[in-house]
Structure formats: structure tokens, C-alpha cells
Ligand binder design. Structure first.
Ligand code: FE
Length: 131
């Protein structure tokens, strides 16, 4: 078995684990643009001490390149842990991030996310460039 065989994908409107990638309508070469990646956009994923999203990782595969490049990695580290017990803490990290990036050519953005008990899930979005 290979690691890639364990990565799961599905329709984000039916499966709460899928990272949803949102991009601007127009992206131009060399101009920074915002990217939002969230988990549970349609069906909220639990956010408890025992069951939560641990991280989101984003990669870019340029059209002309054989290899992917990691663009950003976000750890979500607060899940209501407390000395009073699980889920008694006062802070939770929400599994949504917005960051900015720039590309020189079109390609594919790939997002991975890890649920602490349901493994790694993926999705992708094509980046096409305005003239
Ligand atoms: Fe889960």
C-alpha cells in the first residue's frame, strides 16, 4: 500500500471532511490573490477534544512542472482542552484559513486536511490566468 491510497475524496456538499477551496473569479500572473480553504462548509465537521481537524496543507502543481510545491500549512491546535476535562476549555480553532499567494503560470491547487480520527482528505481547484 502507498500513502496516496489512503487519501480520501468526495463531493464536499455531501462529505464534511472535504477541504473547500475558494478562489477569486479573476487571477493574473504575478499579482497576489487570496485563497480560502475551509472544512465543513456545507456539513459542519465536529470540533471537539476527541474529534477535530488538525491541519490543512496546500500545494501548487504548475502546469509546466513535474513536481508539486507546498504553498502553506496551517495547524489547528485548540480544541477545548482543559484541566477541567475534555471539551471544557474556552477556545477552539475553526478549520478555515485565508492566505495570499502569487503564481507565474496556471496550474492546480491541491488542499489536504487531516481529521484526527478519519484520516487525510483532499480536493483540488484549477488556477487559470486572465489575459
Ligand atoms: Fe472527522
Amino acid at each position: 500500500m502507498k500513502f496516496g491510497d489512503t487519501i480520501q475524496s468526495a463531493d464536499w456538499k455531501k462529505e464534511k471532511h472535504i477541504p473547500v477551496i475558494e478562489l477569486p473569479d479573476v487571477i493574473s500572473a504575478g499579482k497576489p490573490f487570496s485563497v480560502t480553504v475551509s472544512v465543513g462548509k456545507e456539513i459542519p465537521h465536529p470540533n471537539t477534544t476527541g474529534h477535530h481537524i488538525k491541519w490543512i496543507d496546500v500545494y501548487f502543481k504548475p502546469e509546466s512542472d513535474k513536481f508539486i510545491h507546498e504553498v502553506a500549512h496551517f495547524d489547528f491546535t485548540a480544541h477545548a482542552e482543559s484541566t477541567k476535562g475534555d471539551n471544557e476549555g474556552s477556545v477552539l480553532t475553526e478549520p478555515i484559513v485565508t492566505f495570499w499567494m502569487t503564481v507565474k503560470e496556471p496550474g492546480t491547487l491541491i488542499a489536504l486536511e487531516l481529521c484526527n480520527i478519519h484520516g487525510v482528505w483532499e480536493s483540488s481547484a484549477e488556477i487559470t490566468l486572465a489575459e
